[in-house]
Design a protein around this ligand. Sequence first.
Ligand code: AP5
Ligand code: MG
Length: 213
Amino acid sequence: MKIIMLGAPGAGKGTQAKMIAEKYKVPHVSTGDIFRANIKNGTELGKKAKEYMDKGQLVPDELTVEILLDRVAQEDCKNGYVLDGFPRTIPQADVLDKELTKLGDKVDFAINVDVPDENIVRRMSGRRACLKCGATYHIEHIPPKQEGICDVCGSELVQRDDDKPETVQNRLSVYHEQTQPLIDYYNEKGILKSVDGTKDMQDVFSEITGILG
Ligand code: AP5
Ligand code: MG
């Protein structure tokens, strides 16, 4: 099963993608997580990506497409995957479509996690993330058992550099300009499913499993 998660920054794509990955036993592939791991390890790709990410802009397609195609070509992606944060532009979607067509394959579902802009800034300011294992929390909605410490691996939780309110506003406008058109793109392909992302995370997940079966 090949699934794409669509939605504004902070809509809950990562939260739901992790739950989907666990239930349907497919890898969770997040381009944002790949970039953040590269930044943490000080790689060339990380250095380049950070310049864009810190401003709330998209990393150029030339850099992004290649790392994504490399990742989904790995053995563990053979039976499917859930893509979180890719594609984010029409050219990225076209490349993915072309590569899958070559393999006689296709995306099965594009799930749009719908959350209005006014809810987003509030969510982002409360997000805390574990840079070691990728777990995500929210200080009010999904708090860790011990403040500031990851439940999964015990590492320290941090606020992402791009979660400052002014950067979030920028990410939202970039989303509306460049990523939102993908909703029509996948709707025209007949695989778009929208879920109400303002509900409790378990209720959002029930809606998604109702779609995926
Ligand atoms: P990326 O890491 O993908 O960030 P994003 O799209 O901005 O999305 P987020 O991770 O911020 O939000 P999310 O939807 O995953 O929400 P989450 O589940 O964490 O990308 C970062 C940057 O990398 C981009 O800006 C760009 O520069 C670059 N990049 C990445 N991919 C790229 C690409 N393909 N092309 C070009 N550039 C790319 O939830 C948010 C918060 O809300 C959390 O605290 C969570 O606990 C909480 N929450 C989740 N669900 C609920 C709920 N139902 N109710 C209440 N709270 C909830
Ligand atoms: Mg995410």
